[in-house]
Design a protein around this ligand. Structure first.
Ligand SMILES: [Zn+2]
Length: 164
């Protein structure tokens, strides 16, 4: 299921390529600029998101796509990367991909000579998130609890003994 944050990230990427969201009920289109401000979403982006969410995303869709934002937020849809251009795309969780990536009508895309659209992610925070998940994978206690090489071997041995 696509979360609100994934859908916002999806929209932010396409906004950076100049693709607007078509709003519900003949309210026209919405293409916030700038998309980001100081490592987060801009006020223009948040205003646009509020307008989309005023109908729960019903009747709103990224121009060039057929599924509404509301549909994307249902469990039957998820956001993944386009095989052609690596931009985020919305696809049904089950079944065949019948819908082209929104890049299909951008003839100059992919274009590796322009900056690639990015997320509003703060790099430092992003890196520390990666660090955190790596630490969880290794199942290490938080740094500072013990010296790295001092008791590692004994710990590994005792956990092996517990398991067997
Ligand atoms: Zn694409």
């Amino acid at each position: 299921m696509a979360t609100q944050e994934q859908v916002r990230n999806f929209l932010a990427h396409w906004f950076q390529l100049g693709k607007p969201v078509v709003l519900a009920g003949n309210q026209g289109e919405c293409l916030p600029a700038p998309v980001f401000y100081q490592g987060g979403y801009s006020q223009a982006f948040e205003d646009c998101w509020q307008r989309i969410m005023s109908t729960g995303g019903e009747g709103c869709y990224l121009r060039g796509t057929t599924q509404s934002i509301a549909t994307m937020l249902t469990p039957a849809w998820e956001v993944t990367a386009c095989a052609r251009c690596t931009m985020p795309v919305a696809i049904p969780t089950l079944g065949m991909m019948k819908f082209p990536c929104p890049c299909h009508d951008l003839y100059s895309w992919p274009n590796y000579e322009v900056p690639i659209p990015r997320s509003a992610v703060d790099d430092q925070q992003y890196l520390s998130e990666i660090q955190k998940s790596l630490n969880q994978l290794r199942d290490l206690p938080p740094p500072g609890r013990r010296a790295p090489y001092e008791t590692g071997e004994t710990n590994a041995f005792s956990s092996w003994r517990t398991m067997s």
